[in-house]
Design a protein around this ligand. Structure first.
Ligand code: GN1
Ligand code: MG
Length: 358
């Protein structure tokens, strides 16, 4: 076992004796490990939180504790229906070591995660999960720390974008006229949408902000949704973004970084299934303006993802982990294909929402 990881894990309030620490999954931002213990003691998830992406890890952990405690007080099975933060032995919610921040939560057994939705039932369950997550937090009234500035605020993203293009630190702008054009040609409509949030026409709530399918835990025996995980970006925003980011993920017939663009389309069946699940929890509480813009949210977040992947490529790949040199460009193109597919099918998406919202 890696001594460094073992020493860090030992600084948390764990039950039992650690028997192994193994890497888990492939998040784009944090490094995640499963800590297995001997016998009946619980297992744990140990994460190195990316301190470049999250400048205020203590603030982030305060958010996660507050939100999970709020949820625990309301659900039937508090140890399975949300994450359980495990504090360090000194009482803090993290351990700082060599400039890195680490945190631990309980590993929830008999669960499964997916990278892709292969059947509508999964999308339906995912929609129920986020709809319920938002409903459970609808009366949460403590202030939350802004863990990443302007996370889904496209006005702020365009400020970063303009600065990155002007700086051109990796000398890549000259090769990207076409891709940059994809972003520029949609600047106006995306800012117009965001103005509605800024003006309060579209309300804000406590939201998850990173609702892709791999961030949802499903119960293995029943296949039902259990809870949203990866709570790092829980903040105040519009609920539409949680819907939109999920649509970006569940409806994609290809991979987020598919090299074969023919694989990538938006599936209307998955869209319908996710929307049905989501609205089964949210239909009665959403405002008219939210319902009106719900389908557009898929386009908004997919556009934002095109911008963010391309911006990171222009910036020299500093934000997202990459597996090969032009990975962020491949991601950009695949997400752009998805965006075009949504734009083409937008009338159908809107009709589905209208039908389901009744
Ligand atoms: C990141 O952390 P992870 O892998 O769940 C990113 C999301 C992107 C997503 C793209 C904090 O999510 O915003 O949509 O990658 N998270 C952060 O897959 O930037
Ligand atoms: Mg994340």
């Amino acid at each position: 076992m890696n001594d460094k990881l073992f020493n860090i894990a030992q600084q948390f309030e764990l039950e039992g004796t650690i028997s192994s620490i193994e890497p888990l999954g492939e998040g784009f931002i944090n490094d995640t490990y499963v800590v297995t213990t001997e016998g009946d003691a619980p297992n744990y998830i140990l994460q190195r939180k990316n301190h470049v992406v999250f400048p205020d890890v203590p603030g982030m952990m305060d958010n996660i504790l507050a939100v999970t405690e709020h949820i625990k007080a309301k659900v039937a099975d508090p140890m399975r229906e949300t994450l359980t933060v495990i504090p360090a032995k000194d009482g803090k919610l993290y351990v700082e070591s060599e400039g890195n921040f680490w945190a631990v939560c309980l590993f929830i057994p008999d669960t499964v995660t997916y990278d892709r939705a292969d059947k509508p039932e999964l999308a339906y369950q995912g929609g129920v999960g986020i709809g319920r997550f938002q409903a459970l937090l609808s009366d949460f009234d403590k202030p939350l720390n802004e863990t990443i500035k302007g996370f889904h605020n496209i006005r702020w993203r365009f400020e970063q974008w303009d600065a990155t293009i002007a700086a051109d630190p990796a000398g890549r702008v000259k090769e990207l006229a076409e891709e940059i054009g994809w972003v520029e040609s949609r600047r106006r409509e995306m800012l117009d949408f965001w103005s509605l949030v800024e003006e309060g026409v579209i309300p804000t709530h406590v939201t998850h902000n990173d609702t892709k399918i791999s961030n949802i835990l499903f119960d293995k025996p029943t296949g039902k949704v259990l809870c949203a995980i990866d709570l790092d970006t829980v903040m105040s925003s519009t609920s539409l973004n949680d819907f939109g980011d999920a649509i970006r993920s569940y409806t994609n017939t290809g991979a987020e970084d598919d090299k074969c663009l023919e694989n990538v389309e938006m599936s209307l069946d998955m869209f319908r299934a996710y929307a049905e699940g989501y609205l089964s929890e949210q239909r009665d509480t959403m405002s008219q303006s939210e319902l009106e813009w719900l389908a557009f949210a898929g386009r908004y977040i997919t556009f934002e993802q095109v911008l963010r992947f391309l911006m990171d490529y222009i910036d020299g790949d500093k934000y997202y982990k990459i597996a090969y040199p032009d990975h962020n460009l491949v991601r950009t193109r695949a997400q752009y294909k998805l965006l075009q597919s949504m734009e083409r099918q937008y009338p159908e998406m809107q009709a589905i929402i209208q039908e389901l919202a009744k």
